[in-house]
Design a protein around this ligand. Sequence first.
Ligand SMILES: [Ca+2]
Length: 386
Amino acid sequence: MQRREFIGWMAGAVAGGVPAAWPAVAGAQAEPASPGAAAGAVPGTNASAVRPALAPEVAAFVAEMSSRHGFDPEALATLMAAVRPQPRVLSAMQAQSQPRPWYDYRAAFVNRTRVAGGVRFWNENVEPLARAETVYGVPPELVVATIAAETLFGRQMGTHPVLDTLAALAFGFPRRAEFFRSELEHFLLLARDLDLDPARPLGSFAGAMGIPQFMPSSYRRLAVDFDGDGRIDLWRSAADAIGSVANYYRAHGWVTGGPVALPVEAPADLARAQAERGIRPHTPAGELRAMGIAVPDQIDAGVQAMVFPLVFREGTRYWAGFDNFFVITRYNRAIHYAMAVHELAVDIRAARASGDGAAAAPSPSRVEATPRRAGATRRSSAKASR
Ligand SMILES: [Ca+2]
């Protein structure tokens, strides 16, 4: 879900914390609307209101929603006219996030709070996590780590009205206007499908929603009803969130049992040159070895890989990422995010297996924290995919 050029808020201070109230979602307990039954209705709006003046691009959007999807233009115009400006959303969007070195990012992201919380969440959701692994081939620890990373198990689902956020970005942020206009369209369709008042759901400052922080398009395409109540509720149902995250990863190509990322031995100049080539695996491991980049032996020669740097306090080490690493970046397009989720997953599995939810577990980059090469640059890789 391409919200996701923003890593700062997710890596911020999240220790402990008071569980946020569930968002007040009108009609959340209602039966799902039958297809087409709500066509034209925008819940919570007054269709008889005088049509307010809208900016031309907003008026065009309303007309399009009416012609393409049967929304009542008067009701939708009234809804859009009530949208509140979101200067903080826009300024957050425009802010250049400071690249953080891996050791700094990792400390905020892969920590005892999240590991212990992950073990607890896993133990509370054994059945849906096991079922998600059976159905989608995605391991429980990855689902748990992703939900830890996104919202600390539903505690931090965002406080911005999704409608206002998406409207602000669709009509006030030209660089991503097309993307957010599409997400706004999906959001209104989603609200209609779920029989929600579109003014009420809350989300991130990019419009991501619920326990797994799905953008509206992903919610509509990939979220699943995994607790069998006939409704896909990513705000309230941990099982729905679990099934949806697993389905998301499977849809983006998760390879069951495949490798994620491993450290490589390589001359820094060679590794750096490969790291410039981007986030998608591009070269078979055998070819990388022939170049002098020592991908570990456990990886077959034909497995596609990419190379990325991680900056430790002692300097830079290079890693190889495989198809599953790339799949994690489909959730958030940043190398540090994918690496942190991977390491959190490893730690959560180890801590749960040890029976100690707070155990210090040996995640991959912690045991590889000693650099082999001096003079490495301290360049963050977090922006590699932007
Ligand atoms: Ca459900």
